[in-house]
Ligand binder design. Structure first.
Ligand code: HEM
Length: 482
């Protein structure tokens, strides 16, 4: 113990483990949410787990979320927790490679790029990409040859990964990225993504080929964006609705414009933040929809009701209309409740900190620990939600979703529903994700009927982002009439 605890204070209990340094890494890695629920039974809402020598203090529930995610960045620090993972992938001088106040300015620049005006344009672009994908991708080729009562099948995560990158490239990333997706870009992206794994988080530097590939890919990807930026700076064409165009017009508070490599590396950060999170949410949503045929039918009816013209064909949705579709949005929200892509949010504790009395008034968390919040736990807590393990989008429509013993849903850092995090580091991609996912799901539902008979797969927690395990195929058939 490196410091003197106040007389009435102690350290949070350490979860029992057999192996000294390794600690609870196996139970945590296998199923973190269940592991936390079991620890809570024994130790309460705050406890420390050992993970490969690191001491991680986990704080659960609304008060735990608030303690960690609402904490000051000078104490609960994100850079110290994530930098060794993100800097080799995103590159220098952005996000966690700079002091918090600089990143907060960069985050504001990114927010400026996600205006309602841009999102409005994106809906049609996303519809178009998904439509084209269904016409041309290998997985859906049988759409043309199958009769109306025959089913084809596809791996839902693979398809959603592809559609997510196609649609993000077409919209946020911009024309040049979209045009290169089948060429240079995809190989570099693959190598970079291969360096953004739990292994890279746990061991920042290993003498492995995948680490060397990651480093080479980072340089190439950064240069790829720098070339685009240089061309854009010298060309007279303006008015693109993408992020590069927006970042080119931004300035730091001291009046300095963003440098080429800063814009490039922010674009990489954006790509990594939005890709697997959206793809896995889309995959889970379609799996549940395909398994719950009544929801699938009602989603299709919602599309018919709002967008089917007198001639019997669908017209495009507008951004405003999309935002107001009750069932489609409830499907996304309920999927994020039951399958939040990020199960653990980490901070590094820079100064000893007293645990607030709303959580527990006898503990202090010392400098050098990590803090871990898991909003996933409160999103599935049986004390809070009715039938928490049941995927039921209607709970968001009937607004009768919490258990009668639970008193009130709070907002912000104390909310029991925060798949996008909360506080200073809260996600800026929420609106974009809803537009992207809503348009993808609606376009697929319009064109094919989905079906899955054998339940929904279990989650895989071994990847950075929680995704459905294999087999995760969905059957589809052509819609015959509207
Ligand atoms: C932060 C979830 C999509 C950009 C976060 C955080 C969560 C999250 C939980 C907080 C991390 C922390 O506190 O350490 C999600 C989910 C998504 C999604 C569930 C989709 C379903 C996106 C997209 C973008 C994006 C599409 C970009 C367009 C960011 C950024 C941050 C962030 C820039 C800020 C990180 C920070 O301040 O430290 N996201 N995200 N996200 N996300 Fe997302």
């Amino acid at each position: 113990q490196h410091f003197l605890l106040p007389a009435n204070r102690s350290l949070p209990p350490v979860v029992f483990h057999w192996m000294p340094v390794i600690g609870s890494v196996i139970s945590y890695g296998r199923d973190p949410v269940n592991f936390f629920l079991q620890c809570r039974e024994k130790y309460g809402d705050i406890f420390t787990i050992i993970l490969l020598g690191r001491r991680m203090t986990v704080a659960l529930g609304p008060a735990g979320n608030r303690f960690i995610l609402g904490g000051k960045s000078t104490i609960f620090n994100a850079e110290d927790a994530y930098k060794h993972l993100t800097t080799p992938v995103f590159g220098k001088d952005v996000v966690y490679d700079v002091p918090n106040h600089v990143f907060m300015e960069q985050k504001k620049f990114l927010k400026f790029g996600l205006t309602g005006e841009n999102l409005r344009v994106y809906v049609g672009m996303i519809e178009d990409e998904v439509h084209q994908y269904l016409q041309t991708d290998q997985a859906f080729l049988s759409l043309k040859t199958l009769s109306s009562d025959e089913y084809g099948s596809f791996d839902v995560l693979k398809v959603l990964e592809e559609i997510t990158i196609l649609t993000a490239a077409r919209t946020l990333q911009g024309r040049e990225v979209r045009d290169n997706l089948d060429k240079t870009f995809s190989t570099i992206y693959k190598d970079l993504d291969g360096g953004f794994t739990p292994l890279n988080f746990l061991f920042p530097n290993l003498p492995l080929e995948s680490y060397r590939r990651r480093d080479r890919a980072q340089k190439k990807m950064s240069q790829f964006f720098i070339n685009i930026i240089q061309k854009r700076r010298t060309s007279s064409s303006h008015g693109e609705n993408d992020m590069i165009s927006s970042l080119l017009g931004q300035k730091y508070r001291d009046g300095r414009a963003l440098r080429n490599h800063e814009i490039a590396n922010m674009m990489i950060g954006l790509l990594m933040a939005g890709q697997h999170t959206s793809a896995s949410t889309g995959a889970w949503a379609l799996l549940h929809v395909a398994y719950n045929r009544n929801v699938a039918d009602s989603l299709y009816e919602e599309q018919l009701e709002f967008f089917c013209t007198k001639g019997g064909v669908f017209r495009s949705m507008t951004y405003e209309e999309l935002k107001k579709l009750p069932l489609l949005n409830a499907v996304i929200t309920e999927t994020l409740r039951l399958h939040p892509p990020i199960h653990s949010i980490m901070r590094y504790i820079r100064e000893d900190v007293l645990v607030p009395s709303s959580l527990n008034d006898i503990f202090t968390v010392p400098r050098g620990h990590y803090a871990l919040a898991s909003p996933a736990v409160s999103q599935m807590d049986p004390h809070i939600w009715k039938s928490p393990q049941t995927w039921d989008p209607y709970r968001w429509i009937d607004s009768d979703f919490v258990s009668s013993s639970f008193s009130g849903l709070k907002k912000g850092t104390e909310s029991v529903f925060q798949p996008f995090g909360s506080g200073q580091h809260r996600c800026i991609g929420e609106q974009f994700a809803y537009v992207q996912l809503g348009t993808i799901i609606a376009t697929i539902i319009r064109e094919v009927e989905l079906r899955r008979d054998n339940g929904v797969p279990r989650p895989n927690y071994q990847t950075m982002i929680t995704c459905p395990r294999e087999p995760r195929s969905i059957f589809y058939r052509r819609r015959t009439h509207q």
